[in-house]
Design a binder for this molecule. Structure first.
Ligand SMILES: [Zn+2]
Length: 282
């Protein structure tokens, strides 16, 4: 089926250059999608910037987000591989799409990609590579499903807590807050892209995620042994126990999300926040 496209005038949030981009019209007749995030690659609107446009279901632009990362030119592939490299992934899903995919993988949200032309071999390969980012105990969860359906109207959102993308790199539905920033995911990909070997890149991503899960486990140990704990005290105790610098509130939020999605939502309830409690009293 031919997809009917419409024009949308967007403005680069960095240099204010305006230009029309073309997007599937059917995206905006679907109330089910809510705010859609459209990736605008460098060279599409202006020559220098890569950004995200937030568009509501009536086709109105609700905001922009800048992506400041630089992508290095071709990297060296390891001999035997016809494997997909990180750069191939970025080609397929866009940088912002990769942040979303990695977030979904770590925090256990199923992913659906519609209008996919991907054959089964590639689909398996993508799932295998991304699964390898996680330690063995967490593998096989939150897989990516490629759906051949091209008609957006036929897509039903049976479940709220999924990530839904299309093969045009648009992000149609996210299970998390619209305002979620992908600082962690951006850091991982930025560091990986500094390496020039595809295997090393994937290893580094794995290393980052393992380190994060180690922090989750250390936090869980503390929580298992207390009735309640203030989040500041929790951060201090983690730092003391592990002799590492204090983690940020943002990092703690991620750790809480991981525990909530993969371990035990009950454990999270043990974490209190003195500052907020105090505000409530006023
Ligand atoms: Zn620009």
């Amino acid at each position: 089926m031919e997809i009917k496209m419409m024009n949308l005038e967007v403005t680069c949030p960095s240099c204010n250059v305006k230009k029309n981009i073309s997007i599937p019209e059917a995206l905006f007749k679907q109330k089910k999608f809510g705010t859609i995030k459209i990736q605008v690659p460098k060279g599409s609107v202006c020559q220098e910037h890569h950004f995200i446009v937030f568009v509501n279901n009536l086709g109105f632009i609700r905001g922009y987000d800048k992506i400041d990362m630089q992508i290095k030119a071709p990297i060296q592939r390891t001999e035997e591989t016809n494997n997909l490299t990180l750069n191939d992934w970025i080609q397929m899903f866009g940088l912002y799409g990769i942040f979303n995919l990695i977030h979904a993988k770590i925090f256990n949200y199923p992913v659906y990609i519609i209008n996919a032309k991907t054959d089964e071999g590639i689909s398996k390969m993508i799932n295998r590579i991304i699964d390898d980012f996680l330690p063995i105990t967490y593998r096989g969860t939150s897989s990516i499903t490629f759906i051949k359906e091209t008609n957006y109207e036929k897509i039903k959102l049976e479940e709220k807590y999924i990530l839904l993308m299309d093969s045009l790199k648009n992000i149609l539905h996210t299970p998390w807050n619209q305002k979620l920033r992908f600082e962690f995911e951006e850091e991982i990909i930025t560091q990986a892209l500094k390496l020039s070997n595809d295997k090393e890149q994937f290893k580094l991503i794995q290393k980052y995620i393992l380190k994060f899960i180690k922090q989750v486990e250390d936090i869980k140990k503390i929580l298992d042994n207390v009735k309640k704990i203030d989040e500041r005290d929790l951060i201090n105790q983690l730092s003391n126990n592990t002799m590492t610098p204090k983690i940020s509130i943002y990092k703690l939020t991620l750790i809480k999300e991981f525990i909530n999605r993969r371990l035990s939502p009950k454990l999270i309830k043990k974490i209190t926040n003195k500052a907020i409690e105090f505000m409530k009293l006023l």
